[in-house]
Each structure stands twice: as structure tokens, then as C-alpha cells.
Design a protein around this ligand. Structure first.
Ligand SMILES: Nc1ncnc2c1ncn2[C@@H]1O[C@H](COP(=O)(O)OP(=O)(O)O)[C@@H](O)[C@H]1O
Ligand SMILES: [Mg+2]
Length: 356
């Protein structure tokens, strides 16, 4: 099937699909789930700390009835490892506890396969009968079902990092075509990539930019699991957090290592500072994190490398800026110092896309 034919079919998609004839696979009244659905793949993080202000903002924004005139979209954006998935997860539990009838669905958009698997899971929960059929267009069936159902739902699309997945509707793989619309629905995305928010046409008011943890949140997080003799003096703790830039994934990695080995904070810090080789070695160590996908790489070094590889692919100029600024102090770098380019627009786009 050509791309044109494919789009003709998908754009003119009606429910029920014509090949299903007189036996609709999902009748929003007949097949309505009896209990609220929940397809979130993680348990609640009992060690979740802080982030109260952002959670409060999200709870005003994402419950389906927060905007009864739209199927609202919200985005949490920020660097890899900054805590987006954790906040979305905590928000999912808070919504479930507050709105007992609301279905909560979770779709990892790491790649097309995880997206489709997430939709298949929703299809099963919604009792869409032909969802297991090899020929079924799972994404369209689920889109149609969620667009028709009369219950309220929250759909969380996590790791929507690859802007090309959510591109123009003329792109064959655009996942944008599969986002349901229902006045009783609401969609929350998490992304490292601000370009995704633009592609999804999310209102400015519904964009949450997540930054690193505050000092007290980071301290609280690092303290969990460490014994008093590992904590040592306040100065080492403060210096280590500064070194890790209060980034939750880096804190988690450091604390997992110290819990496993019994190492004290001061010693860990000393080792980090001793040489680049030691630092890379520590930051590359794998660790278990039940709150992360099995398929994603946990070490902070790998997380950064993946971000950098993607930036290099999507915007080589942005990658060259990053390589250059790595040699400067991290604050207030004047634009005139950046490697020159003849096109101001390219420069502007490169600066905005280097913030992964
Ligand atoms: N608020 C938090 N409380 C406790 N741990 C957190 C918190 N935020 C993040 N973490 C830890 O940091 C790791 C990385 O966070 P995650 O949400 O996966 O980052 P992102 O989705 O931005 O890449 C998590 O798996 C978790 O271990
Ligand atoms: Mg994430």
C-alpha cells in the first residue's frame, strides 16, 4: 500500500471499520469496562520525594474534567534523568485516588513497538474483541474506542522523545494520527524534546518544564537507604549533590552504588574527583531501578550518550555547539562565542534543540 493509499484509509477511517461488518468489535455501551482500567507498568515509588508544586500544577491540569470543553494535552519536558517519568507516575496514582471512575492508561513511546504494545494493552482492558487478531490495526481500534467511550480517561504517553514519531500527518509513522479525542479524555506526555510539544500543539499553559531537584529534595533522596556512617559530614553531602547537579538519576546511581558497596559519601566524592577515568567508570556502572523500563539503559553516562547521539543525528550544528560549550563554564555563555554559522535561523534552532 502506498503512503497516499495508507493515508486515504486512515483519514477516512470510520468506526466500526468496514471489514468488521455487522459485528462491531467494541461497542462503547456494551463493552464498557465494569471497573476502572489501569495499565500503568510500575508500582508507586514508595521513596518518591518532593515535587509538590509541580504535582499540584499537574492535578489542576490533567484530570479529564479540568477542561470539559476539550481533550486537553499537557507535557512534562526536561533533561533525561530529571524525573519526568516519576512525576507522571506519581500523578497517575494521585488521579486514580481522587477520581475513582477515571481509567488511567500508560503508553511508553520509546519506539513504535512499545507504543503499539501499550495500545494493545489498552485494547485488552477495553475488551476490544479483535485486538489479538494479527491483522487488526491496533492503534486505530484503540483510538476509535477511546474517542467513543463515555467514561473519563487519562492517557499518559511517556518518553515521547523522538520528534519524528509525532511529525506532520503526511509522515507514514506519525503517531499523532493515533491520539484519541474525547471531551472526557486527557493526554499527558513526557518528553526530553521541546520540539515534540510544538508538534503536538500543546498550549503554553499546559507545558511543565522540569528542572533539577531543590537542595532539600536532593538531600532527602540521597539520604534514603544510606546508613549514618556513610553520610559523614554535611560539607561532603553538599559537595556531592553539587557535583551531581541535583539530577535525580545521578543521585539514584550514586546511592545505589553506595548502598551496594557500603562506601561513604566523602569517599565516593573523592573518587569522582580523582580523575576523568574514575568518573566515567562510576557514571557508567549499571544499577537496578525498578522505576525504569527494562529496555532503557540506567547509567547516567549512557543516558547522556543517547541524548547526544540523537542530537547529533537531528541537528549536527547543535551537537557542535555542545562539544564547544563543554570546554566553558556552564553559565551565561555569550552567543558570539559559539562557532560561527551563516544562517541565524539555524543558530536559533540549534540552541533550542541542544536542551535535552
Ligand atoms: N521525585 C523523585 N523521588 C525519588 N526518586 C526519583 C524522583 N525523581 C526521579 N527519581 C529517580 O531518578 C530516576 C530517574 O527519573 P526518571 O523519572 O526516570 O527520569 P526521566 O523520565 O526524566 O528520564 C528514577 O528512576 C528514580 O529512581
Ligand atoms: Mg522517562
Amino acid at each position: 500500500m502506498s503512503i497516499e493509499q495508507f493515508h486515504h484509509v486512515t483519514n477516512n477511517y470510520t468506526y466500526p471499520p468496514p471489514h468488521i461488518g455487522s459485528h462491531p468489535t467494541f461497542d462503547p455501551h456494551r463493552d464498557r469496562p465494569r471497573t476502572p482500567c489501569w495499565t500503568v507498568p510500575f508500582g508507586r515509588n514508595k521513596d518518591f520525594v518532593g515535587r509538590e508544586t509541580i504535582l499540584g500544577q499537574l492535578l489542576d491540569m490533567i484530570p479529564p474534567n479540568a477542561d470539559e470543553d476539550d481533550c486537553q494535552r499537557a507535557v512534562i519536558s526536561g533533561l533525561g534523568g530529571i524525573g519526568k517519568t516519576q512525576i507522571a507516575l506519581e500523578a497517575a496514582f494521585l488521579v486514580r485516588n481522587r477520581y475513582r471512575d477515571c481509567h488511567v492508561f500508560w503508553v511508553p513511546a520509546i519506539n513504535i513497538t512499545t507504543f503499539e504494545n501499550g495500545y494493545r494493552e489498552i485494547g485488552r482492558e477495553l475488551n476490544i474483541q479483535i485486538i489479538e487478531n494479527d491483522k487488526a490495526d491496533i492503534k486505530l481500534l484503540v483510538k476509535a474506542a477511546l474517542s467513543q467511550i463515555s467514561d473519563s480517561w487519562l492517557l499518559i504517553i511517556d518518553n515521547a522523545d523522538d520528534a519524528s514519531f509525532f511529525g506532520e500527518t503526511s509522515e507514514a509513522t506519525s503517531l499523532r494520527d493515533y491520539l484519541p479525542f474525547n471531551l472526557k479524555g486527557s493526554i499527558l506526555f513526557t518528553t526530553r524534546n521541546v520540539e515534540v510539544s510544538q508538534k503536538l500543539d500543546v498550549r503554553k499553559e499546559n507545558l511543565v518544564l522540569l528542572t533539577e531537584m531543590s537542595q532539600s529534595e536532593a538531600t532527602n533522596m540521597l539520604q534514603k537507604g544510606l546508613s549514618p556512617h556513610q553520610m559523614g559530614d554535611a560539607q561532603s553531602l553538599e559537595s556531592l549533590l553539587e557535583f551531581l547537579t541535583n539530577l535525580p538519576l545521578a543521585i539514584k546511581q550514586a546511592s545505589a552504588y553506595m548502598i551496594k558497596t557500603g562506601m561513604a559519601i566523602s569517599q565516593y566524592l573523592e573518587y569522582c574527583r580523582s580523575s576523568d577515568e574514575h568518573l566515567i567508570n562510576l557514571l557508567s556502572k549499571n544499577f537496578d531501578d525498578r522505576a525504569r523500563y527494562e529496555t532503557t539503559q540506567n547509567p547516567i553516562a549512557t543516558t547522556w550518550l543517547i541524548s547526544f547521539t540523537t542530537i547529533s543525528r537531528d541537528n549536527p550544528l547543535a551537537a557542535s555547539y555542545l562539544k564547544f560549550v563543554a570546554f566553558l563554564a556552564e553559565k551565561d555563555i555569550p552567543k558570539c562565542l559559539l562557532p560561527p554559522t551563516s544562517d541565524k535561523l539555524d543558530e536559533y534552532e540549534a540552541i533550542s534543540s541542544s536542551a535535552w
